[in-house]
Design a protein around this ligand. Structure first.
Ligand code: E4P
Length: 221
């Protein structure tokens, strides 16, 4: 499973990229507003830091303007994935950009039917939002299961399932069990993945027991 970070905070992206565990970045207009930076400059800088796909979302909602914005964003760097909303116009933009060789991430997916349309439109990624479905009392992970199962029936579909709106490690682990290709997570969830109280406790014991040996691995006779 590939890990993307869902943030527009460049310092966080640099920090996570240093771990060698980061495969890409997703941003959205809300995250960009929070970062308070020039969008195009910010995307260019992120693309310098991370080799994998960096999602940059169009701002317009009509076909002509979305297409112009998408083409503009695509020329920032070869690893830009243009993000478009799952609307009829967004899908048409997806088809056009995909035909031009641009990676497209279709976002705001809340049903399996929408995911089928995105695959038919040539999306590189479909972003089903698990957390926002959970928030309204529906089971977000069921949607991931449905999409993974449907896409597996059609080898001609090359669209990757990018699990979005991830709120906790359970969303990540369950999506991985289902075979989702990618999870995009806030930095806090990526860090949470590695935590376990027994790891901390076990390490404290090993450190104190090692001290009793009085030895140093690097200081040998
Ligand atoms: C994904 O591409 C979106 O940016 C993101 O995952 C949305 O998450 P949220 O529901 O926590 O805002």
């Amino acid at each position: 499973m590939k890990f993307f970070v869902d943030t527009a905070d460049l310092a966080e992206i640099r920090d996570l990229a240093d771990t060698g565990l980061l495969d890409g970045v997703t941003t959205n207009p809300s995250l960009v507003a929070k970062a308070g930076r020039n969008f195009v400059e910010l995307i260019a800088e992120i693309c310098d830091v991370v080799e994998g796909p960096v999602s940059a979302e169009v701002a317009a909602t009509d076909f002509d303007t979305m297409l112009k914005e998408g083409r503009y964003l695509a020329q920032i760097a070869p690893n830009v994935a243009v993000k478009v909303p799952l609307t009829p116009a967004g899908l048409k933009v997806c088809r056009t950009l995909a035909n031009e060789g641009t990676m497209v991430n279709v976002t705001l997916c809340f049903s399996a039917a929408q995911a089928i349309l995105a695959a038919k439109a040539g999306a590189a990624f479909i972003s089903p939002f698990v957390g926002r479905l959970d928030d309204i009392g529906q089971n977000g992970l069921n949607l991931i299961q449905e999409i993974v199962e449907i896409y597996a029936n059609y080898p001609a579909f090359t669209t990757e399932v990018l699990v979005a709106s991830v709120r906790n490690p359970i969303h990540v682990v369950e999506s991985a069990r289902m075979g989702a290709h990618v999870a995009t997570m806030p930095p806090s969830v990526i860090r949470q993945l590695g935590n376990h109280v027994l790891t901390d406790k076990g390490l404290a014991t090993f450190v104190s027991d090692w001290a009793k040996t009085g030895q140093s691995i690097l200081d040998q006779p």
